[in-house]
Design a protein around this ligand. Structure first.
Ligand code: HEC
Length: 694
């Protein structure tokens, strides 16, 4: 009788192990240790590279002496994209990034070949919904074997890192809520955190929520401002915060929305969130008898496991200028007076650069890094700013530095532990504030929102509006700086090769000497750059990757500026470009800057009454958020003065686009409530602006 010959079990085990090796690395399992490891140069595992958010790479292959040999290694054209503001991640040889309408792409980090694409169908989710916010997205987070991405309409999604397959998706707010998400989630300790924006798009009460990374189950939520006391407080922190509010603030939401900075401190096991401004901005309306209005404009330290409050530091008590503290939070060890301090670095909109002891939230330094006239200084003992009389526009119109754009916005700063300098993208714009039109009974309405204060761009004496500053956080002063004519340059990257890398809104990608600010190399992208560069090393080659695609709030052109750049909605190609030493690649030439030529419609008689109604609708329905203030576009959407669609002969198309939502998939929302008369009024307003321009 024949006996079957069976192989011993160890043979199968060995074959399985070998095939695993042959067919690819074992499943990815990203941990907090990996994200904290600053020596790993093959990957870029988190938004700010590591949990410390420093955006510092120890790589020296590309350095101050050879950077002039940089060339294009590969590029990927993204013809469907508009604004690109995201920081890519690099994990195990794959580069991940988010594009317009929250499309996530995974590409081979050595070649740019697209491996997979995940389209969360934002258009489908917002169909029929009113619109708020922007289509831009700043990035991703990774943990375990998953990638986390948030969508404009409020979903948080977990994708399989290898395949892009959707593993789970949760709603972080209801689809009819005027909030929106533009930020990157933050993953740590098996949880993933997300907040939202929306203080201007209706009454909004900010919060952040942590979900477990495995199944997307809600772990905890932290409300940033107190709700109506009659409903009871969620926790002691809210009870404490409520003592700093007056009037019936809950009617307005209060605000505080955390739409950007979340930093996990693995050393002190603490989570820091940067909180937003008031909803509405004007404190006289929001909290009529004053008060600090906690936790607006603060760094709030939370227990990462439970979301419980630990400490806070408020940068702008009782804010009334949109001076949120949503800007990035960088962790660094600093030698201060002979002691090593675990510090937190933060440059919020209000123009002061803060160094905070992160063990207890005490400010160690708070110096002006830009023109500031709302406060003379910060008293370090009390931690409070010394405000100047009149700064709250209580005596009528007032010119205030900085403007609501901020002296620094979401564009990331970087910290180099070798030079001990922070590389900070700075904005110099002032604003005239006036609130005579807004009484105590003013009320914002979801989606038609508002700020309860009028603000227009002030006349600025400086011949430049942008500046890259190398800031010494210990001395509290600028060491070198580069003036930039236009504001809104990208975030920065710094390396041990003594380099600082930054793109600007005029389309130049510059590499600077980190110690002196000398320009060492420049590449002209032919399109404004708003996304920060990253770097990684694979197979012995150091790459620098950069998304090119002007974007963010300045592109919306809420006030004049970005239309001067010529970055048109349709003309230039958005792309991902990588560079390496001695690389000889090329990219197709860009369309030259294009400036819209308003169309004059012969025979169109502008009715000034109707044009006035049209103007109100243009503001109320938030057309200006994309098509620009005064109908002058900055590239986020077509310039309507130069568009044929609002012409009389195209009326049915105008109706199909504006009322029926024919272009929702291209981020042009539907406005189903508009009547025929209102559509006509909008056309009169657009024609008036187009004809004035002739
Ligand atoms: C969230 C941003 C956003 C808002 C708000 C918005 N639009 Fe648009 N709009 C767009 C984009 C993007 C396009 C281009 C779509 C495409 O690629 O065809 C567009 C296209 C259009 C067009 C067609 C222009 C052309 O030449 O193709 C018209 C007309 C228009 N919008 C009118 C309006 C009006 C009127 C409002 C306010 C009631 C408004 N839009 C609000 C983003 C927006």
């Amino acid at each position: 009788m024949k006996t079957s010959r069976r192989l011993p079990r160890w043979v199968f085990v060995t074959i399985a192990a070998l095939s695993n090796l042959a067919w690819g690395a074992p499943p990815l399992d990203i941990t907090d240790q990996h994200i904290s490891d600053t020596t790993n140069t093959a990957d870029w595992l988190a938004y700010g590279r590591n949990h410390n958010e420093q955006r510092f790479s120890p790589l020296t292959d590309i350095n101050a002496s050879n950077v002039n040999r940089l060339g294009v290694a590969w590029h990927l054209d993204l013809p469907q994209d508009v604004g690109l503001v995201s920081t890519p991640l690099v994990i195990d040889g794959v580069l991940y990034f988010t594009g317009t309408m929250n499309v996530v792409r995974a590409v081979d980090a050595r070649t740019g070949n697209v491996l997979w694409t995940h389209d969360p169908d934002v258009a489908g989710a917002i169909a029929g919904r009113k619109q708020a916010g922007w289509v831009h997205n700043r990035g991703l987070s990774a943990y375990g074997n998953k990638l986390f991405a948030a969508t404009w309409d409020g979903r948080l999604q977990a994708l399989d890192l290898k395949t892009g397959k959707l593993i789970w998706s949760v709603r972080t707010f209801e689809v009819d809520d005027p909030r929106y998400i533009t930020g990157a989630p933050k993953a740590f300790k098996g949880k993933v955190l997300i907040g939202n924006g929306g203080t201007e798009t209706g009454p909004s009460r900010g919060y952040v929520t942590a979900y477990d990374t495995e199944a997307g189950k809600l772990a905890w939520r932290f409300w940033i401002v107190p709700g109506n006391p009659a409903d009871g407080f969620e926790n002691d922190a809210m009870k404490m915060a409520a003592k700093t509010w007056t009037g019936d603030w809950w009617r307005h939401g209060g605000g505080g929305n955390a739409w950007h900075a979340f930093t996990y401190d693995a050393e002190l096991d603490t989570l820091y969130i940067g909180t937003g401004n008031g909803s509405p901005w004007n404190q006289k309306v929001r909290s009529p008898k004053g008060g600090d209005n906690l936790f607006l404009c603060s760094i709030v330290a939370l227990d990462p496991d439970t979301g419980e409050y630990r400490w806070h530091y408020q940068t702008t008590p009782g804010e009334t200028w949109d001076y949120n503290s949503n800007m990035d939070i960088v962790l660094a060890d600093l030698d201060i007076e002979g002691k090593t301090v675990k510090a937190l670095l933060h440059a919020p909109k209000n123009g002061f650069f803060y160094v905070i002891d992160r063990a207890n939230g005490k400010p160690l330094s708070a110096e002006k890094y830009a023109d500031v006239n709302w406060a003379s200084h910060v008293d370090l003992k009390s931690g409070r700013p010394n405000e100047r009389a009149g700064a709250r526009y209580e005596d009528g119109s007032e010119n205030i530095y900085p403007s609501p754009v901020g002296a620094h916005s979401w564009h990331a700063m970087s910290f180099n532990p070798l030079t001990k300098l922070v590389y900070l993208p700075t904005i110099h714009i002032s604003s005239d504030f006036a609130d005579q039109k807004y009484g105590a009974d003013w009320q914002s309405v979801p989606f038609d929102g508002g700020t309860a204060v009028d603000w227009t761009m002030g006349k600025d004496p400086r011949p430049y509006q942008g500046e890259l500053q190398a800031w010494d956080p210990i001395a509290g002063k600028t060491v070198w700086s580069v003036q930039q004519k236009m504001p809104w340059a990208s975030g920065t990257l710094t390396t041990a090769g003594d380099l600082v890398l930054q793109g600007d809104s005029e389309g130049l990608f510059n590499v600077y000497n980190a110690r002196t600010g000398a320009v060492l190399w420049t590449w002209n992208a032919g399109l404004g750059i708003s996304a920060p560069p990253i770097t990684y090393k694979l197979d012995g080659t150091q790459y620098v990757a950069l998304l090119v695609g002007f974007g963010g709030g300045y592109q919306a052109n809420l006030f004049p500026g970005s239309e001067k750049l010529g970055w048109s909605y349709r003309a230039q190609t958005r792309r991902l470009v990588t560079f390496a030493l001695d690389a000889k690649g090329t990219v197709p030439a860009q369309h030259p800057p294009m400036f819209p030529a308003p169309i004059f419609e012969a025979g169109f008689e502008i009715n000034s009454e109707q044009a006035k109604i049209g103007e109100t609708l243009y503001l109320q329905k938030s057309c200006y958020l994309c098509h620009g203030g005064n109908v002058v576009a900055g590239g986020m959407a077509p310039d309507l003065r130069a568009s044929p669609v609002p012409l009389s002969e195209m009326e049915p198309v105008f109706e199909a686009v504006v009322r029926k939502g024919e272009r929702v998939s291209r981020a042009m929302p539907a406005f189903p409530d508009l009547t025929d008369e209102q559509l006509e009024a909008l056309r009169h307003y657009i024609r008036m602006k187009a004809h004035n321009g002739q």
